[in-house]
Each structure stands twice: as structure tokens, then as C-alpha cells.
Design a binder for this molecule. Structure first.
Ligand code: ADP
Length: 317
């Protein structure tokens, strides 16, 4: 087989480990593997290169993606996807492995509806793909967030402050929930829990009156203006309050062993599936087992509210 691999959408640590696994497992199976640069944009432009084992040497521990990534909103148009298919035909590529988030999966589904053999791998720090328990990049982003929150805790307890920390995750609260638990946050606010501002302010005021020196609030992005919230907390509770938006540092860094392992397993699995004649699917991990889900179903699935972890937060307060 001649297999193409690309990374698309937001970059995530561990994407390189996935590329490496696809290339190495493909070569082991006797395939030829082609790296496609800059996602669907590079595919349309024909930025395609045959990869050897050497192309993927020394990348396992590197963040980002050696293939680069780009956004091409025009990929939603059929005529643009036809240009991509022409490039695949020109290079005799039989199958395509697309690593990215749900936007990437939508592009992959559209290609598969046009007859291309496609497999999707979940590469995003947001953990917002429901067809897998964990996405490639989540573990590293969680590590980065925990490291930052621990540091902010040191200064907030020294100064008797309240710290609000905004983490990424788009509509998925996992990054906030997991990092909040791991760092002992007093409050965790996600799109699943919702923001009950009145309760938050009252609880923080009670905390302060009870003599607690500091408080940590971890909140998912897009929930509210955290700088404004910090002002309201200061005015209402008497805590000095600072908001920190962690932002893009959560996307970078050396992938954790968990992300390297997950990416390596999923990359190898994608090649196995192609050799079995399975495509049009998204790969993932459920209860530590590799699984494949039709792309259309994977895109329809909603990330589940993690009630047991939310309950744990309440129990640990
Ligand atoms: P992610 O894959 O991380 O969710 P994006 O949402 O930016 O990132 O999607 C990555 C790329 O996938 C887009 O730049 C575009 O090329 C392609 N894509 C996204 N949505 C669609 C769509 N509705 N139809 C076809 N392609 C899409």
C-alpha cells in the first residue's frame, strides 16, 4: 500500500510519535509511506514527500508536529477536496491517515464520502473527541497545566490570594476537571458544571471568613471573562484575586510517556486496520483497548459529563 499521513488543526504533543508509528509500522508491513505537510492545505498544494525510517528518527520526544499543520476552511467545499483527491491520485496514494481534532475528522469524513480510504487519529490537547477515552496531547497538556497551577498556588498562598486559572479544552471540561483535582483546586468550573457566580462568590467569602489563606479556581476557556471575575471576587470577598490565562503553553512541550505510548499504539493500529481493509473510521482507546468507530458516528458522539470525578471534587472540598 501507499499510505499518506498528515496532521491538521491545532498541534498537540505526541503527534510526532503518531507520525513515527504510522511510518515505521507501515514500512514494517511493506508499505510506502508519504508525509503530507501542512494538513489539508499541503495536500491540496501537493506538499508530499516519501518518508523513510530516517525521516522519523529522533522525533518521538519532540512536541509540535514535524509535518506542520495549517487551517484550510475552504476544505468544506467539494471542489477544493477534489483538488486534494487529484493530488492523492497523482501520487498513487491508496489511503490517508489524518491526525487531528473534530475539524480534521469532518474533513476526513467528507473525503471518505468521496471514496478516499481514510482513517482518523485523535490528536488534540482538548480531549473533546468522544469516540476515545483520551486524545493524543491531553496527558501532556494536563501535566503542563498542573505544573503551572502548582506554581501559582505557591504565590497565592504566600500572598493570601485567590487565583483563577483558565485552561483550554474548548467545550470539554476534562482539562479543567483533571488539573483541578490534581492540584487541589477549591473550585472547578467547566461547561459541564456551569458557572454559578453567586454561589462561587458566597463560598469564597465564607472561605475567607473561616480564615483560609488562599483559594484556587480552575476554569475552562470561554466560560467567562476571568479578569472581570477576578475583580468581582476582590470586591465581594475581600480576597486579593489574580486571573491567569494559561493559553498556548498548554499546546507545547515534550510529550509525556502516556502520550507517546498512546500515539505509538494508535499509529500502529491505523496501519493494522488498513491492512484488514477497514477505513472510514476514527481510532481511539476505550478501557485501555484500541477501538475503531465509523467517522460519522464518532462525530455525532457527545463527550460525556464525568460525574464521578465531579462528585470527587465535592467530596474533597
Ligand atoms: P481540529 O482538527 O483541531 O478540530 P480545525 O477545526 O481547525 O481543527 O479543523 C482542521 C481542518 O479540518 C480545517 O482547517 C479544515 O481544513 C478541515 N475542516 C474543518 N471543518 C471542516 C468541514 N466542515 N468540512 C471539511 N473540512 C473541514
Amino acid at each position: 500500500m501507499r499510505v499518506g499521513v498528515l496532521t491538521s488543526g491545532g498541534d498537540a504533543p505526541g503527534m510526532n510519535a503518531a507520525i513515527r508509528a504510522v511510518v515505521r509500522a507501515g514500512l514494517t508491513h511493506g508499505d510506502q509511506v508519504f508525509g503530507i505537510y501542512d494538513g489539508y492545505k499541503g495536500l491540496v498544494e501537493g506538499k508530499i514527500e516519501e518518508f523513510t525510517r530516517k525521516h522519523v528518527s529522533e522525533i518521538l520526544n519532540r512536541g509540535g508536529t514535524i509535518l506542520g499543520t495549517a487551517r484550510l476552511p475552504e476544505f468544506a467545499y467539494e471542489q477544493v477536496r477534489k483538488l486534494a483527491i487529484k493530488q492523492l491520485e497523482k501520487n498513487d496514494i491508496d489511503a490517508l491517515i489524518c491526525i487531528g481534532g473534530d475539524g480534521t475528522y469532518t474533513g476526513a469524513l467528507r473525503l471518505s464520502e468521496m471514496g478516499v480510504k481514510v482513517i482518523g487519529l485523535p490528536g488534540t490537547i482538548d480531549n473533546d473527541i468522544a469516540s476515545t477515552d483520551f486524545t493524543i496531547g491531553f496527558s501532556t497538556a494536563l501535566n503542563t497545566a498542573c505544573d503551572a497551577i502548582d506554581k501559582l498556588r505557591d504565590t497565592s498562598s504566600s500572598h493570601q490570594r485567590c487565583s483563577i486559572i483558565e485552561v483550554m479544552g474548548r467545550e470539554c471540561g476534562d482539562l479543567a476537571l483533571y488539573s483541578g483535582i490534581c492540584c487541589g483546586a477549591e473550585y472547578i468550573v467547566t461547561s459541564q458544571t456551569g458557572l454559578d457566580k453567586e454561589k462561587l462568590l458566597n463560598d469564597l467569602k465564607t472561605n475567607r471568613l473561616q480564615g483560609r489563606r488562599h483559594a484556587i479556581v480552575v476554569i475552562s476557556e470561554h466560560m467567562t471573562d476571568v479578569y472581570q471575575l477576578a475583580k468581582e471576587i476582590e470586591e465581594y470577598t475581600g480576597y486579593e484575586c489574580r486571573a491567569t490565562v494559561l493559553g498556548y503553553i498548554q499546546r507545547g512541550g515534550t510529550p509525556t510517556p502516556e502520550d507517546r505510548l498512546l500515539a505509538s499504539r494508535l499509529g500502529g493500529y491505523a496501519i493494522d486496520l488498513l491492512h484488514e481493509g477497514t477505513y472510514g473510521v476514527a481510532c481511539g482507546i476505550k478501557n485501555n483497548k484500541l477501538v475503531s468507530t465509523p467517522l460519522a458516528d464518532a462525530l455525532k458522539m457527545k463527550t460525556k459529563r464525568n460525574e464521578s470525578l465531579e462528585e470527587l471534587v465535592q467530596n474533597l472540598k
